[in-house]
Ligand binder design. Structure first.
Ligand code: ATP
Ligand code: MG
Length: 651
C-alpha cells in the first residue's frame, strides 16, 4: 500500500476546513490523548444546548456499561429544532424532500418544529410516555424524520424498522422492543411501484406476541386500499387533528435511551443496539462539522434510509443538530434511470454527498452500458466533498467516484463505523488527510483505534488482526436491548480482559503511514496453506478486472490447503454458461494470481446475476459460506434482500 499514490485535498478546501491540515489533526489527537475527558466534555458543552449542564464526564464504575455526561439534562429534539428557530433561523430550509416521482417539497426549521411538536402531542394524547418504545415503519420522507424527532421530544425511545423488511422481521423487532405504538403508512412508492406497509404491520401483529401494541398510526402516502382494525388503528391526520403545534420538550438525562436500532444482520442474528441521548448527539454533531466539514452554505445529502444507523446519525440527527439544509430522498438510485443521483445533485446543488459502495458499483455498471446516465453528462460542480459508508470501497470504485463524480477535486471520506459506534470512527478529514483509495485512513480525533492479536496485544503495522477501540467514547452502544450478557460477550470479550471494544472487523495498518484498511469481517479471514488473507483483498483484485462488476469471496474447508477460496462473481455482461463460463473462470483465476499471487487464486468461481445482500446492500458472506460448502441454508435470512439468488448460486 505504501507505494500507492496519495490524493491531497485542494488548497482552498484546506484553508477553510474545520480541521485544516495534518498538523491540526495531530494537535487534536494529542489534545484528546492528554485530557480525554476534558476533550469530550468541551465538545459536548460547545455543540449541544443543555437544560442542566453536566458535571460528570465518563463514568466507568460499571464497565463495560459506560456512562457519559450522566448528570446532564437535555432534549435531542430541542437541540435539532428549537434552538435554531430561537436563534432566528426558522426560515432556513431544513429538508428538501424529493419523492420517488420527482416532486420536491421544502420544509423550514420553523415548520418542521411545528410538525414535530404536533405529532409529539398526538403521541402524548395516546398515552406514550418517557421510556415507552415506538416502532417506526415508514418510507423515507419528512414524516419519518417527524416521527423520530417527536419521540425524542417526549422521551419515547424509537426503534425504526426499515420499510423493506418482512412481516417476520418487523414482528421480531416489535416484540423485542415491546412497542406501545407502531407508526406506519398505507404504502410506499419505490422505483415507480406502490408497495404495501400497513398490510405488513397487520401481518406482523397478526402473528401474535405483539400484545404491547396499543395503537397503529397510519400516514396516508399512496392512498392504496388497506384493512382497518377498529380501536387500534388511526390515521396520522386524525391523530394530530386539534393538537397544538407547541410542545414543551421532555428534558431527559444524558443517558436516556434515544433509540434502539437493530444491526444489519450481515454476520448473524440482528442485535438491538441501544443508544444514549447526550453522548450520541455530541458525536453526531461533531462528525458533521469535522468529517463532512459542514458549513452553513452547504447542501448536504446522505442517501441512506432512516432504517439504518447512517439514516439516524446523518439524516435525522446530525444534519439537524448543526442546522443544515439537507436533501431527503424517497426513491432508488436507478429510477427512472441510473442518472437519478446525478440529476438530483445538479438540481439541488448538493455540495456534500454521502452514499454506499454498493450504489456506486451499481451506477458504474449502469453507466458502462448506457452513456446517458454517466455522471459526466451532468453539472456536478456544486460538489465539494464525497463520502462512502457501509462496506469497504474497492479502489476501482473509489477512483471512479473520485474522477467521474467528484471531478478530481472532492476528497472522499471513506467512513468506517457501525450501528454500535453511533458515528464515524476511522475516517479521513477532508481538509487534512491525504487519501489512499480503499483505506479509511486514520481515527477520528479522540477515537483510539488499534489492531490486536487474539490476546489483545497490538500487532506491528503491516500485520493484520482484530480491529478494536481502546477507550469508551461518547456515542458508543450502551447495551443490547434486553440482553446485557450478549452485549458483554460480543463487544467486550474476556479474551481481552473486557478492556477493549471488539468491532468484529479485521484490519491492517500501512507499515509507513499507519493508515487503516478494513480487511473484512473477522469471520472472513481466510487461511490458505498457512497464509492468512482478507477476503476483501481478493475481491478488490477481482473487481479490478474489466469484466467484473461485483465479487464476494469465501473460504471452504479443503483437505490439502486447509481452506480453499470460492469466489461468487457478477459480471458486467450477462451471466455466462458452459464453455464461455469456463474461459472466464480461467481468465479471472490467472488475473488474481497475477494481481496478488498464486496463493490467492480462487479454486472455484461461480457466476450470478447478483449476490445475496442485506437490505442495506451488504453482501452476506455467511450465506455464501454455506453455499460454497454445498450445504442447505440454515441461518437467519430475515434481513436478506433477494432470497431467490441463493438458488442460482448453488454449485
Ligand atoms: P451485523 O452486525 O448484524 O452483522 P452489520 O455489521 O452489517 O450487521 P452495520 O452496523 O450496519 O451492521 O454495519 C457495520 C459494518 O459495516 C462494519 O462493522 C463494517 O464491517 C462495515 N463497514 C461500514 N463502513 C465501512 C467502511 N467505510 N469500510 C469498511 N467497512 C465498513
Ligand atoms: Mg456488525
Amino acid at each position: 500500500m505504501s507505494e500507492q499514490k496519495l490524493y491531497y485535498p485542494p488548497e482552498a478546501l484546506v484553508k477553510n476546513a474545520a480541521v485544516s491540515g495534518m498538523d491540526h489533526y495531530r494537535r487534536l489527537c494529542e489534545e484528546a490523548e492528554r485530557d480525554y475527558e476534558g476533550y469530550w466534555a468541551n465538545h459536548a458543552r460547545n455543540l449541544l444546548t443543555w437544560k442542566k449542564p453536566f458535571t460528570q464526564v465518563l463514568d466507568e464504575s460499571n464497565a463495560p456499561f459506560f456512562k457519559w455526561f450522566a448528570d446532564g439534562v437535555l432534549n435531542a429534539s430541542y437541540n435539532c429544532l428549537d434552538r435554531h428557530v430561537e436563534a432566528g433561523k426558522g426560515d432556513r430550509v431544513a429538508i428538501i424532500f424529493e419523492s420517488d416521482d420527482g416532486q420536491v417539497t421544502k420544509v423550514t426549521y420553523a415548520e418542521l418544529l411545528k410538525r414535530v411538536a404536533q405529532f409529539a402531542n398526538a403521541l402524548k394524547a395516546l398515552g406514550v410516555k418517557k421510556g415507552d418504545r415506538v416502532v417506526i415503519y415508514l418510507p423515507m420522507g419528512v414524516e419519518g424524520v417527524v416521527a423520530m424527532q417527536a419521540c425524542a421530544r417526549i422521551g419515547a425511545t424509537h426503534s425504526v424498522v426499515f420499510g423493506g423488511f418482512s412481516a417476520q422481521a418487523l414482528k421480531d423487532r416489535i416484540q423485542d422492543a415491546g412497542a406501545k405504538v407502531v407508526v406506519t403508512s398505507d404504502g410506499q412508492f419505490r422505483g415507480g411501484k406502490q408497495l404495501p406497509l400497513k398490510a405488513i404491520v397487520d401481518e406482523a401483529i397478526g402473528m401474535g406476541g405483539c400484545d404491547t401494541v396499543e395503537k397503529v398510526i397510519v400516514n396516508k402516502r399512496t392512498g392504496m386500499a388497506i384493512n382497518w382494525v377498529e380501536g387500534r388503528d388511526l390515521w396520522w391526520s386524525d391523530a394530530i387533528a386539534g393538537q397544538s403545534d407547541v410542545c414543551e420538550p421532555e428534558w431527559v438525562e444524558a443517558e436516556h435511551p434515544l433509540f434502539l436500532l437493530y444491526t444489519s444482520g450481515s454476520t448473524g442474528k440482528p442485535k438491538g443496539v441501544q443508544h444514549s441521548t447526550g453522548g450520541y448527539l455530541t458525536h453526531a454533531a461533531l462528525t458533521m462539522l469535522w468529517t463532512f466539514d459542514y458549513k452553513p452554505e452547504d447542501i448536504f445529502w446522505c442517501t441512506a434510509d432512516i432504517g439504518w444507523i447512517t439514516g439516524h446519525t446523518y439524516v435525522c440527527y446530525g444534519p439537524l443538530a448543526v442546522g443544515a439544509t439537507q436533501v431527503v430522498f424517497e426513491g432508488v438510485p436507478t429510477y427512472p434511470d441510473a442518472s437519478r443521483f446525478w440529476r438530483m445533485i445538479e438540481a439541488h446543488k448538493v455540495s456534500i454527498f454521502y452514499t454506499a459502495p454498493t450504489a456506486i458499483r451499481a451506477l458504474i455498471k449502469a453507466s458502462e452500458s448506457n452513456p446517458d446516465v454517466h455522471p459526466k453528462r451532468f453539472d456536478l460542480s456544486s460538489l465539494r466533498i464525497l463520502g462512502s459508508v457501509g462496506e469497504p470501497i474497492n479502489p476501482a470504485a473509489w477512483e471512479w467516484y473520485y474522477r467521474e463524480v467528484g471531478g478530481e477535486r472532492c476528497p472522499i471520506v471513506d467512513t468506517w463505523w457501525q450501528t454500535e459506534t453511533g458515528g464515524h470512527m476511522i475516517t479521513p478529514l477532508p481538509g487534512a488527510t491525504p487519501l489512499v483509495p480503499g483505506s479509511c485512513t486514520l481515527p477520528f480525533p479522540g477515537i483510539q483505534a488499534a489492531v490486536v492479536d487474539e490476546t489483545g496485544n497490538e500487532v506491528p503495522w503491516g500485520q493484520g488482526g482484530f480491529l478494536v477501540i481502546k477507550k469508551p467514547w461518547p456515542s458508543m452502544i450502551r447495551t443490547i436491548w434486553g440482553d446485557p450478557e450478549r452485549f458483554k460477550k460480543s463487544y467486550y470479550p474476556a479474551d481481552f480482559q473486557g478492556k477493549l471494544y471488539l468491532a468484529g472487523d479485521g484490519a491492517i495498518r500501512d507499515p509507513e503511514t499507519g493508515y487503516f484498511t478494513i480487511t473484512g469481517r473477522i469471520d472472513d479471514v481466510l487461511n490458505v496453506s498457512g497464509h492468512r488473507m482478507g477476503t476483501m483483498e481478493i475481491e478488490s483484485a477481482l473487481v479490478a478486472h474489466e469484466l467484473v462488476a461485483e465479487a464476494a469471496v469465501v473460504g471452504r474447508p479443503d483437505e490439502v490447503t486447509g481452506e480453499a477460496i470460492v469466489a461468487f462473481v457478477v459480471l458486467t455482461r450477462p451471466r455466462p454458461e458452459g464453455e464461455e463460463a469456463a474461459q472466464i473462470v480461467k481468465e479471472l483465476q490467472n488475473w488474481v494470481a497475477k494481481e496478488i499471487g498464486p496463493i490467492a487464486k480462487p479454486k472455484e468461481i461461480r457466476f450470478g446475476d447478483n449476490l445475496p445482500k442485506t437490505r442495506s446492500g451488504k453482501i452476506m458472506r455467511r450465506l455464501l459460506r454455506q453455499l460454497a460448502k454445498g450445504e442447505e441454508i440454515t441461518q437467519d435470512t430475515s434481513t436478506l434482500e433477494n432470497p431467490a439468488i441463493l438458488e442460482q448460486l448453488k454449485g
